[in-house]
Design a protein around this ligand. Structure first.
Ligand code: ACO
Length: 329
């Protein structure tokens, strides 16, 4: 059994920062950012909270799906930049929407979060426990970005996207994994709170993590680059194989939007036409788990997601997490 993306919606903050804006705060240039990453602008939350952006996107997705709030059995939030340590962003979105009964929880799988959430949704739909699942991906990556570090700050943006997913008879297969040995390649530590009883300071077993400042994201960019260019084509191939498809059978591939050069390398390795890949990194940068559903939402808006199209979503991120899902739209 497969999945049906019944409804889509997205929200991006109005505030936009261009490459020129970045060249005023760090030693960088439009030329460097464009050629090394493909990014031109990114949206930055300017007072919005992640759950509010998520609820905005969710309302649009629910309207697009043509269902009632009471039809939603489950809300899966995907975020690495939630507003609260607890409750989950999914609960906060549910509260904002006025939902009174649904299984709400968050998935933290970084930029692969939407692919992980979709796979969980598929399992709950397949066993018949749920009929409509709302996946809300919302990220304020700017809240953990160090705007004095030129090697990371130019890459990320904020935004939200939501989908309503239900059962279909079509094909769905996934290949999802993580390499926890790469946990120190991208991380952001939660700041400690003062405590009158504590006498010891935390001692991380990983030296890199021990030494890093709290809050700000740390990234070993080159290692992540090598990892991403290897696992993206591999995940697309493995998920397609599980469905009994050739990668050439895929009509639309939505890759996580971290760096245009990563996508271009994947295109070369897969030997597929470039126009099968949807790319919007130039406008949004890397919005972590919201990238893939935002792209889905835009493709639907453009009328490019016709019934029966073979779609592949492929993501990777901190963890290190990675995975691809293929399905008939
Ligand atoms: N402007 C100008 N120069 C810069 C900038 C910048 N914004 N950033 C780095 N540089 C410099 C470096 O300091 C370095 O200078 P040096 O040679 O004098 O030391 C030079 O440019 C080259 O640096 P590299 O790191 O080798 O540049 P590279 O071409 O590899 O690009 C990048 C770096 C963009 C970070 C790349 O490695 C990348 O995209 N990595 C993957 C990141 C990623 O995918 N993250 C996704 C997961 S995030 C998540 O899950 C939340």
């Amino acid at each position: 059994m497969g999945i049906k993306i019944k409804g889509c919606g997205y929200y991006v903050p109005e505030l936009v920062a261009s490459n020129e804006d970045f060249s005023k705060i760090v030693d960088t240039s439009d030329e460097w950012i464009t050629t090394r990453t493909g990014i031109k602008t990114r949206h930055i939350a300017n007072g919005e909270l992640a759950y509010q952006m998520g609820a905005n996107a969710a309302m649009k997705a629910i309207k697009d799906a043509g269902i009632e709030l009471s039809d939603i059995d489950m809300i899966i939030g995907t975020t690495v930049t939630a507003d609260c340590l607890t409750p989950s962003m999914a609960c906060l979105v549910g509260k904002e929407l006025g939902i009174e009964k649904a299984m709400c929880f968050d998935v933290n799988a970084a930029c692969a979060g939407y692919v992980f959430a979709l796979d969980i949704a598929h399992k709950y739909l397949a066993c018949g426990d749920c009929k409509n699942i709302l996946i809300v991906s919302s990220e304020i990556v700017s809240r953990m970005v160090d705007y004095t570090d030129r090697s990371t700050c130019v890459l990320f943006g904020d935004g939200a996207a939501a989908t309503v997913v239900s059962y279909s008879d079509g094909e769905y297969k996934s290949y999802i994994n993580s390499d926890p040995q790469g946990a120190d390649k991208i991380f952001a530590k939660i700041p400690s709170t003062p405590n009158p009883f504590r006498t010891q300071t935390p001692d991380w077993s990983d030296e890199r993590m021990q030494e890093a400042p709290e809050l700000f994201m740390q990234m070993a960019g080159n290692d992540v680059y090598k990892f991403a260019t290897t696992i993206m084509p591999e995940a697309v191939k493995k998920a397609s194989e599980k469905a009994g498809w050739e990668t050439a059978d895929l009509d639309i591939i939505i890759p996580h939007q971290a760096n245009i050069r990563i996508v271009q390398t994947a295109i070369k390795k897969l030997k597929l036409p470039e126009d099968k890949f949807y790319i919007n990194i130039q406008e949004y940068g890397n919005i972590s788990s919201a990238c893939i559903p935002l792209a889905l939402s835009q493709l639907k808006e453009m009328g490019k997601l016709e019934s029966g199209k073979k779609v592949c979503l492929v993501g990777f991120g901190a963890g290190l997490t990675y995975g691809a899902a293929v399905f008939e739209y």
